[in-house]
Design a binder for this molecule. Sequence first.
Ligand code: HEC
Length: 230
Amino acid sequence: MSVRTFYLGLIAAFGLPWVFLVAVPYGQLTANDVTMVDESIGQTYPQVNAGFIEYGNRIYASEGCFQCHSQMVRTTEVSVDPYRYESELGSPVRESRPEDYVGEDYAFLGVQRIGPDLANVGITKPRDIKQATGLDEVDPADVRQWHMEHLYDPRLIHEWSNMPSYQHLFEKRRIQGQKSNSALNINVGEGYEVVPTERAEALVTYLMSLKKNDPIGPPKADKPAADDEA
Ligand code: HEC
């Protein structure tokens, strides 16, 4: 065998598979820009998560929340998810798409639903509170407070809840002078207060940001061609 045939053989054996298994798929996957801007509504797709939300995302992972919660609106063929969301959220409502998870290091699709789906909890929770209080506007501080109390002890809110409590994300301490602004509205003994740690703050910021209901995308196929005259 000549040296030339040997090298050609090497290229055929390793080079071609590399082209088709690595280079071509890489090109296809990166062809859809990760961040797109829809000029018509001035939004990026998908939304880019800022640092503190990203930190909360890590805590969601490390605390194992995904073991009981999904973040996926299942397809209409196999579930009633979209209908449920539609009646709960109004339109636009849709099934989750692969593009919704672009930019996330790990997609928390979930493994089982022991608790409710959290794909859109950033929208559903304020709405729940709005319905419960009858107010027109919900103060984000109230939503934050709801999540904090729920994390601290889910049974404070639903007696029947089987969600574990995450008290280790909070600090119980003696009140120094005045009660802290961030203290929970719960009674833990005279002269004491419960305040969220930074981890709890990040986790709740993350939960409040959750919404997989972006009107834009997926990048190409699903979108009507741009109207040049408009
Ligand atoms: C053992 C299963 C389990 C684990 C683990 C779990 N949850 Fe839950 N979660 C539930 C159940 C059941 C409910 C419904 C009852 C309730 O509201 O407490 C729930 C409700 C919720 C809700 C309210 C949803 C809504 O629409 O009302 C949020 C938010 C939530 N969980 C966040 C979390 C976060 C964040 C973690 C991780 C720190 C977590 N859960 C871990 C079972 C779990």
